[in-house]
Design a protein around this ligand. Sequence first.
Ligand code: XIL
Length: 373
Amino acid sequence: MKIKTILAIIAIIILPNTHTMAQNTLAKATKGKFLFGVAVNMQQVNGVNPIESELIAKEFSAIVPENCMKPQPIHPEEKRYEWTDADKVVAFGEKNKLVVTGHCLIWHSQIGRWFFVDSAGKDVAPEVLKERMRQHIHTVVGRYKGRIKGWDVVNEAFEDNGTFRKSKFYQILGKDFIKYAFQFAHEADPKAELYYNDYNVETPAKCEAIVGLVKELKAAGCRIDAVGSQAHWHMDSPTIDAIETSFKNLKAAGVKILITEWDISILPSPYSGANISQNFRYSKEMDPYREAVPDSVQKEWNKRVLDMFGLYLKYNDVVDRVTVWGLTDNGTWLNNFPIRGRKDYPLLFDRNNKRKSVVDEMITMAKKYKSKN
Ligand code: XIL
């Protein structure tokens, strides 16, 4: 055979494959099933590391800001809003054709103390807090009206045992603060989707409380489109069965499900929640993979990813979006939570910005499912 013919044959075999590989992103494989999103930080939005910004634009179909829309950064003082970063995130999403969602309007963490006190430092009266909530929500949601698909309206209002968290909002306004938040958000952008977001949603008592809240909000005539399960998960908990049960319960309550902050910590953990004020002391035993993750552990982690992703696909009639909480293991918040200074490996891209091999398997899996629309 002539050398040219051999080259032509090789080209015919190789070229289509490289082409398909370039096409193979989670965004494409999940298209029509659910959005596949990522939480972004300002370095990425500002293009400080262009490789990361490009990966976000190419591999994902949605973004959410990791911090800059939270109450404290966006509204640090009663009369002062800081729009610069949030504006940039929304523009970055639009430029790259990524769906943008907002996180989060009402939360007990990352919120200025001014929100709850008067000039003498005493708790404000219920009407004052309600009015501050109204102002905050109207101003923030109103600014991005029509440009943000949906908002995490209230974040983490329940304890794991299903009782209300005794946050300042709850102490001053009682449970109605949740209803007010949903009403104000709907007034500010009637077309925006509205979500309740929490961690450990698969804990039965908490799930029951959230289902109860959904029913109450609906009965009160409030818009609620979905429940966001943060999905900050571990190697041994929760079980896939527990996650599936929560999906069934939420589906039966007539809301969509969002996986809003997915990461799977590979490290041992002294705490299975995601309340950011919980902190534990560093020890070497709690940080076992500083050099590398052993193969056997990596395989277990990959299996966790695939088992969970398989479940999202199985329920893709109700799962509308899956968002990972960060791009690379380098930038994950879990390097500092719930213990500072560890090395965790919870995300889909490694410390060299390389896509982990499990992503190819996720793509193959996703392609086997039909689109829902
Ligand atoms: C985390 C961010 O990732 C960190 O950068 C920040 O220091 C603390 O908050 N639940 C949430 C997220 O709803 O907003 C939190 O994000 C993680 C837990």
